[in-house]
Design a protein around this ligand. Structure first.
Ligand code: IMP
Ligand code: MG
Length: 182
């Protein structure tokens, strides 16, 4: 019946597992930012669902902003240039910045993004990621907060896509290889 679900090999993380973990991490972030007012940056598009859930679980007063970026890495070095498709509208000089990412793979995107944001003289830059695939890393990139460390498998749902599909699945699933190997 449902095309999206048919293409999912298995559910890796259920909506309930995600909800529980996102609330735990939100509480840790509340502690980190106590007495402060961070600018929380959603990296479009994949982070949008995680971002919406995370900020609603946080009690810290905060500002939102959005960025759309992609990274053209060389595959071998950290020199992969960052393409900024949509930039922040907030002046982050002197501000505490929290980058919200869906998944860290090679690390190129965040490595370059962190460098770019640091050049704007923020008070601090921290990264929270929903998922991390450390096995795939090509450049040094350690997020301050990680909800789940996962194996090297291609996942979709809860904001993440394959060819712009599957973002609205409420869980995180492993995509069938036949979908992208045909
Ligand atoms: P990287 O860390 O620069 O290699 O890129 C991370 C980006 O690649 C993420 O923000 C996603 O957009 C995408 N990505 C990496 N692995 C996956 C996956 O398993 N499913 C969906 N998107 C992925
Ligand atoms: Mg992304």
């Amino acid at each position: 019946m449902n095309d999206m679900q048919e293409n999912v090999e298995r559910i890796m993380l259920t909506a309930e597992q995600i909800e529980t973990r996102v609330k735990e991490v939100a509480a840790q972030l509340d502690k980190l930012y106590e007495g402060r007012r961070p600018v929380v940056v959603c990296i479009l598009k994949g982070s949008v669902i995680f971002f919406a859930d995370l900020i609603r679980s946080m009690k810290t007063p905060l500002e939102l902003d959005f960025m759309a970026v992609s990274s053209y890495g060389t595959g071998t070095a950290s020199s992969g240039a960052l393409k900024v498709r949509k930039d922040l509208t907030t002046d982050i000089a002197g501000r505490d910045v929290l980058i919200v990412e869906d998944i860290i793979d090679s690390g190129n995107t965040l490595y370059n993004l962190k460098k770019l944001l640091n050049s704007r003289a923020p008070a601090s830059v921290n990264i929270v990621t929903l998922l991390d695939k450390p096995e795939r890393r090509e450049v040094p990139m350690e997020p301050e907060y990680t909800c789940f460390v996962i194996e090297d498998e291609f996942v979709v749902g809860y904001g993440m896509d394959y060819s712009e599909d599957y973002r609205n699945l409420p869980y995180i699933g492993v995509l069938k290889r036949s979908v992208y190997e045909k």
